[in-house]
Design a protein around this ligand. Structure first.
Ligand code: ATP
Ligand code: LTN
Length: 334
């Protein structure tokens, strides 16, 4: 039997090249070898304020981009997190088996506190326990994510082990993060020490998957480089060039050395053009398919079928957990 693999993306903005390279393209690569479950983490989005109309557009676009990137709804189960209510219900149960100390250490929350941000929501604080519920309720063995999410999968493992031990029963499979060697962290094009991210960036830092190809090319052409004047993979001394090499290698599915030897005699302008062409090719393929998906009106059915399928696994696991914890009397659900 195929092992289960699960992941999600939180479209609190438009999806970008970092999401594609760090996460989405890997979902596609693995869909033949694993039982793939992917969802749109819409509840995770509202842990920071969202404008409802913009949020709905981002969710729709993300679902369409999943398929446009090559996920096949016949192979992968695709759904919207809030359509399978058991996820949130398990999240509360997991919160009740997690410690404040653990959540205090989660960087997403900790960084915002350190920056002095105020009005942080309780949902942002408990965010990792909902992510843990997403993973555990779907019985996932593997979780393909970018490096920034590793800490959350480790917390998930700790909670799962704790509950399995406490209740002397295999309530949950212990999941493993799956982090690619190349591309697990794509950096901003302008501030090369920062992750390419929907938050904290200006338009020039980030390439959106739905950026017009011309815009994306311009952004690559104005990416920050250095004055070394050589094409080498050296993230410490040449972070900008190394980031562009990583982008090219990931999209071409080649190793970085191959790209370096192909480009080593180029001037920076020519090298940027080379990377921009690779990015443009990827974006045009995705965007053509995206337009087809939107025009076909297939999304509703894909999400409906996906939610129904995901709910079966989720409801079974939730019932088992609730029964084990002594929560049920009539075992019924209204
Ligand atoms: P952001 O910081 O852009 O708001 P995020 O990492 O908090 O995004 P998602 O957009 O939900 O949250 O990320 C979806 C997936 O994309 C995750 O697996 C994440 O690790 C990966 N990812 C996000 N940004 C990058 C990046 N710059 N490089 C590689 N992977 C990334
Ligand atoms: N927190 C993740 C999105 C996410 C996720 C998950 C990823 C929510 N639940 C379960 C993997 C497995 C993020 O990328 N920001």
């Amino acid at each position: 039997m195929k092992k289960r693999m699960l992941s999600g993306i939180k479209p609190s903005g438009q999806l970008h090249l970092g999401n594609y390279i760090g996460a989405l393209r890997n979902f596609v690569r693995y869909q033949d070898d694993y039982e793939m479950v992917v969802f749109i983490a819409n509840l995770h989005c509202i842990t920071v304020p969202q404008e409802p109309t913009a949020l709905q557009t981002n969710l729709r676009d993300a679902a369409a981009l999943y398929i446009a990137s090559g996920l096949d709804p016949q192979k992968a189960t695709i759904f919207l997190q809030s359509d399978v209510m058991a996820h949130s219900q398990l999240s509360f149960i997991l919160q009740s088996h997690s410690y404040l100390g653990e959540l205090n250490r989660m960087t997403q929350y900790k960084d915002k506190v350190a920056k002095g941000e105020t009005e942080l929501t309780v949902g942002l604080y408990t965010y990792p326990t909902l992510m843990a519920a997403d993973i555990l309720i779907q019985d996932a063995h593997y979780v393909p994510v970018g490096i920034d999410q590793k800490q959350h999968v480790e917390l998930t493992r700790d909670i799962a082990q704790r509950m399995n031990n406490r209740y002397k029963k295999t309530l949950f499979t212990i999941p493993e993060p799956l982090i690619e060697k190349v591309g697990s962290k794509i950096y901003s094009l302008q501030n090369v020490e920062n992750k390419m991210s929907k938050s904290d960036t200006t338009e020039k830092d980030i390439i959106y998957l739905l950026d017009p190809v011309k815009t994306a090319t311009k952004k690559i052409m104005s990416a920050v480089t250095d004055s070394e004047n050589k094409i080498a993979y050296d993230p410490v001394n040449q972070p900008g060039i190394s980031n562009l090499l990583t982008i090219a290698a990931s999209l071409q599915v080649q190793n970085i050395d191959t790209i370096v030897s192909e480009c080593k005699n180029m001037q920076y302008g020519a090298f940027k053009k080379y990377v921009a062409d690779i990015v443009a090719k990827t974006l045009s393929e995705i965007q053509d398919k995206y337009n087809e998906v939107i025009e076909s009106n297939m999304l509703e059915k894909v999400l409906q079928d996906g939610a129904e399928k995901a709910a079966i696994t989720a409801n079974n696991r939730l019932a088992m957990v609730q029964e084990t914890l002594g929560l049920e009397i009539i075992g019924g659900k209204l």
